[in-house]
Design a protein around this ligand. Structure first.
Ligand code: ADP
Ligand code: MG
Length: 277
C-alpha cells in the first residue's frame, strides 16, 4: 500500500469509529484467517441480569452481601436483584474465573461455578435453561441454590459474525462461561467454534492454539483478562468501552465497543492494501 493509501485508510477507519494504534495492523488485518471473540462485554452487552433463582430470600441477601465486594458483572446483577440493606460480609475472597466467598452472620457463603462447588465438596445442581450462566451457592458446606444469569448479545453481533463468515474467515468465541451458556449464544450468532470454560489466563493459550499451522488470528476483547490474548494475537482488537489494559494491549480500538467495527476494519484494510480509495 502507498503511504497515501494508508493515510486515507486510517482516516476512513477513524470516521467509522475504528482507531489504528499501530500502522502495520492495517497490513496484518487483511491476512487474518481466524477472528476470535471474547464473549462477555464483546459479543454481549456485558450487563447480565438474574433470570432464575432457587435461593431462599434470606440466602439471596447473604449472597448479595458477599457479591457487593466483587466488581464482576455477574456480581453487579446479583446485588441489583437483592436490592438495598445488604448484610455485611467479612473475609471476602474472590477467585478469578471461578467465583467469590465470604462470611455473613457467621455463615460461610461460597458462590461460583462447578469448580467452586467441587472444592467445597458440595454436589450442586446447575440445571438452568440453555443459554443461562449458572451461579451456584453453598452455605456452610451445603448446596443452597442456583441463580441463572442472562446477558443479551449486542444488536450488531450476529450480522458481524455473518459478515466475517461471508469473507471466508473462521469465527471463534472464547469464554470463561460454561459450554452450555457459551454454546447457546454461539449457535444464536452462527459462530463456527466455541472454546468455553477458559480460565482468565487461558485465553493466550487459546489464541496460540488457533495460530497452529501459521494461521493468522485476530482476537477481539474488552477485559483485563483479555489483555495477554490481545498482545499475542496477530491483530489485537479492543473495545473502546473496555478496560484501559485491554485498549493499551491492542493494535486496533473500536471506539464505541461496536463489534461491527471488526468488519469495517477488515474492509478498510483490504481496500487500503489494494489501493482502492
Ligand atoms: P467470563 O469470561 O465469562 O467473563 P470469568 O472468567 O470472569 O467469566 O468467570 C467464569 C465463571 O466464574 C463465571 O461464568 C461464573 O460462573 C464464575 N464467577 C466468576 N466470578 C464470579 C462472581 N463474582 N460471582 C459468581 N460467579 C463468578
Ligand atoms: Mg469480556
Amino acid at each position: 500500500a502507498t503511504p497515501t493509501s494508508i493515510m486515507v485508510g486510517t482516516g476512513r477507519a477513524a470516521e467509522l469509529g475504528v482507531l489504528f494504534r499501530r500502522g502495520d495492523a492495517l497490513q496484518a488485518l487483511q491476512g487474518v484467517d481466524v477472528v476470535a471473540f471474547d464473549k462477555t462485554g464483546t459479543l454481549t452487552i456485558g450487563a447480565p441480569v438474574v433470570v432464575s433463582n432457587t435461593l431462599r430470600t434470606q440466602d439471596l441477601a447473604a449472597v448479595a452481601g458477599v457479591e457487593a465486594a466483587s466488581d464482576h458483572p455477574l456480581a453487579n446483577a446479583i446485588v441489583t436483584l437483592a436490592g438495598r440493606h445488604l448484610p455485611l460480609a467479612t473475609e471476602v475472597e474472590t477467585i478469578p474465573g471461578h467465583g467469590v466467598q465470604g462470611v455473613v452472620e457467621g455463615r460461610r457463603i461460597v458462590i461460583g461455578n462447578a469448580a467452586m462447588m467441587a472444592w467445597e465438596g458440595v454436589t450442586a445442581q446447575a440445571d438452568v435453561p440453555a443459554g443461562q450462566t449458572p451461579v451456584m451457592v453453598a452455605i456452610d458446606g451445603k448446596f443452597a441454590g442456583t441463580l441463572g444469569l442472562s446477558d443479551a448479545p449486542k444488536p450488531t453481533s450476529k450480522a458481524t459474525v455473518q459478515a466475517m463468515k461471508a469473507r471466508g474467515l473462521e469465527v471463534v468465541m472464547v469464554s470463561g462461561d460454561t459450554q452450555e451458556a457459551a454454546g447457546a449464544l454461539g449457535d444464536d450468532l452462527g459462530i463456527d467454534h466455541v472454546i468455553a470454560g477458559v480460565l482468565p489466563d487461558g485465553k493466550v493459550d487459546a489464541v496460540k492454539e488457533l495460530q497452529t499451522g501459521g494461521r493468522k488470528v485476530a482476537f477481539v476483547g474488552d477485559g483485563i483478562n483479555d489483555a495477554p490474548a490481545l498482545a499475542v494475537a496477530d491483530v489485537g482488537i479492543a473495545m473502546g468501552t473496555g478496560t484501559d489494559v485491554a485498549v493499551e494491549s491492542a493494535d486496533v480500538v473500536l471506539v464505541s465497543g461496536n463489534p461491527a467495527g471488526v468488519a469495517h476494519a477488515i474492509e478498510v484494510s483490504r481496500r487500503t492494501l489494494r489501493n482502492i480509495w
